[in-house]
Design a protein. Structure first.
Lengths: 179, 103
C-alpha cells in the first residue's frame, strides 16, 4: 500500500520528465517552450512536496514569469517558430549514440548503486525544516556561523550580478547606431 | 526501490532530468532549444539541492537554490541577448549552419 506522498511524487515527477523530454524532442519550438513551462511548474510542485514553499513561489515567479517570456521573445525575434526540425536521416547516429549512452549509464546508476551504504539512514527521515519566508530570511540574515554574517554577502552580490546582467543584456541587444 | 518516499527518489529524478537536459544540449540544433535544455539542467541541480536540504534539516540548501535561480535567470537573459546578436550577424540561429569556426 503506497503512501499518498509517494503517489503525488510519482505523478508530478512523471509529468516533469515527460515535459522535459518533449522540450528536447518536439518538432516545433513553440511546443518546446510550452513543455518547458510545464516542466518548470512540475519542478515547483516537487519543491512543494519537499516543504520548500518559498522556493516554489520563486520558481513560478522567476521561471514562468521571466525566463519563459524571454524565451518567447527570443523565438519571435529570431523567427525560429517558422523552422521545423530537420527530417530524420541527418545526424541520426550521433543522436542515438548520445541517447543510449545516457540511458545505459542512468540504468546502471539507478539499479546498481547501493543506496543504503552511500547515503545512510538520512534517506528515510525528513529533517524538520520549514521553507517559509520567515525561516529563509532568518537563514540569510541571522545565521551565526564561522563567518558571522550568514548569507548576507552573497545576497548583496546577487543584486550586483542581476544589475550587471541587465546592463549587459541591454547593451548587447540594442540596435547599432546608424552611421 | 523503496516503498516509502525517500531521498533516493529525488536524487533519481534529478539525475533523469539532468540526463534529458544534457542530451538536449548536445543534440539540439536550434540555439533557443539549447538554452531551454540548460534551464532544465539547472532545475535538476536545484531539485537536488532542495531535496538534500529537506532531508538533512539544513535550510542552507534552499538559500543556495534561491541564489542559483537568480543566477540562472540572469544567465538566461544574457544568453538570449547573445542569441539576438548572433541572429543579427548570421541570419539564422540554427547551430548546424553557423560554421565559421569549424574545419
Amino acid at each position: 500500500m503506497m503512501a499518498g506522498d509517494l503517489i503525488v511524487f510519482y505523478i508530478i515527477s512523471i509529468i516533469t520528465i515527460l515535459a522535459a523530454f518533449n522540450v528536447v524532442r518536439a518538432q516545433r519550438i513553440m511546443y518546446s517552450v510550452l513543455s518547458l513551462t510545464l516542466a518548470l511548474m512540475g519542478v515547483a510542485g516537487i519543491f512543494v512536496t519537499l516543504g520548500a514553499e518559498f522556493l516554489a513561489a520563486i520558481q513560478v515567479l522567476v521561471y514562468a514569469g521571466g525566463v519563459v517570456i524571454l524565451l518567447l521573445f527570443a523565438i519571435m525575434l529570431t523567427k525560429s517558430h517558422e523552422q521545423f526540425k530537420r527530417p530524420r536521416g541527418v545526424h541520426t547516429m550521433p543522436r542515438i549514440f548520445a541517447g543510449s549512452v545516457f540511458v545505459i549509464s542512468l540504468f546502471f546508476y539507478i539499479t546498481r548503486v547501493d543506496w543504503r551504504t552511500s547515503i545512510g539512514d538520512m534517506v528515510l527521515s525528513r529533517g524538520s525544516v520549514t521553507g517559509t519566508v520567515e525561516e529563509i530570511g532568518r537563514q540569510i540574515f541571522l545565521l551565526s556561523d564561522a563567518t558571522g554574517y550568514g548569507f548576507v554577502i552573497p545576497f548583496e552580490l546577487i543584486s550586483l550580478v542581476l544589475l550587471a546582467s541587465m546592463i549587459g543584456a541591454i547593451f548587447l541587444a540594442k540596435k547599432e547606431a546608424s552611421p | 526501490m523503496t516503498l516509502e518516499l525517500s531521498l533516493y527518489h529525488y536524487v533519481v529524478l534529478s539525475t533523469v532530468l539532468f540526463a534529458i537536459g544534457a542530451y538536449g544540449i548536445i543534440t539540439a540544433q536550434n540555439a533557443v532549444r539549447i538554452l531551454m535544455s540548460i534551464e532544465i539542467v539547472l532545475n535538476s541541480a536545484n531539485i537536488n539541492l532542495v531535496a538534500f536540504s529537506s532531508y538533512l534539516g539544513d535550510l542552507g540548501g534552499q538559500v543556495l537554490a534561491t541564489f542559483t535561480i537568480a543566477v540562472a535567470a540572469a544567465e538566461a537573459g544574457i544568453g538570449l541577448a547573445i542569441l539576438l546578436v548572433l541572429y543579427r550577424n548570421f541570419g539564422t540561429v540554427n547551430m548546424g549552419d553557423i560554421k565559421n569556426l569549424r574545419w
